[in-house]
Design a protein around this ligand. Structure first.
Ligand code: TYD
Length: 202
């Protein structure tokens, strides 16, 4: 049976490397790889605004992510599952709950409410979470030495800690959906654990 799998993690957790490896290993399987924000023409068009645009109000940001998510669900994810093709998505709803809900302070509940009609009850069968300590993540993202953290980086660290807290709360609430992988391990070990969980499902 087709499965819906999401891959989550904070920036710098090695998610991109894992997605690349999975794509190459699973290329002969009936699996569709997609991502958020993106995945559809509409999603790719809004991706630019979301990631590099002007500052927008945090709740407006939630709506924009939710709009691209709904398009992603109705245009890509549900039709694929319907055709018995499994879907692996680089990020899904948990990203909004963690980044906007916890990170930007919108509140997890409001983000869930706004997204209700976007996901229409669709929930991943499995979510792989690449777990990394916010400080390590910051080091990876900025490639700096920890003793040179400046004011901006401190703000970033606060933000990453809130995002990580958001993810931790989702995992606590729905532990059965999650495979949490320690992202400080070697790429090979991370890939092996992720692949084994995926192969069990597809
Ligand atoms: P991207 O360049 O795809 O990086 P990553 O490899 O970390 O996924 O950027 C995605 C960014 O968008 C990332 O910082 C997380 C953020 N994001 C949200 O804030 N909310 C969301 O709902 C989604 C899907 C992503």
């Amino acid at each position: 049976m087709a499965a819906f799998i999401s891959i989550e993690g904070t920036d710098g957790s090695g998610k991109t490397t894992l997605m690349k490896a999975l794509k190459s290993v699973l290329q002969d399987k009936p699996v569709l790889f997609t991502r958020e924000p993106g995945g559809t023409d509409f999603g790719n068009a809004t991706r630019d605004i979301l990631l590099h645009g002007q500052k927008i109000d945090p709740i407006s940001e939630v709506y924009l992510f939710a709009a691209t998510r709904r398009q992603h669900v109705v245009e890509i994810i549900k039709p694929a599952l319907h055709k018995n093709v499994s879907v692996i998505s680089d990020r899904f709803l948990d990203s909004s709950i963690a980044y906007q809900g916890a990170g930007r302070g919108v509140g997890e509940k409001l983000v869930e409410d706004i997204n209700r009609s976007a996901v229409e009850g669709l929930e991943p069968d499995l979510t792989i979470f690449l777990d990394i300590e916010p400080q390590k993540e910051l080091d990876r993202v900025h490639n700096i030495r920890t003793d040179e953290v400046n004011r901006l980086d401190n703000e970033a660290l606060d933000f990453y800690e809130r995002v990580k807290g958001g993810y931790d709360r989702i995992i606590e609430k729905t532990p059965n959906r999650f495979l949490v992988i320690d992202a400080s391990q070697t790429e090979e070990l991370i890939q092996r654990q992720a692949l084994s969980a995926i192969m069990n499902l597809i």
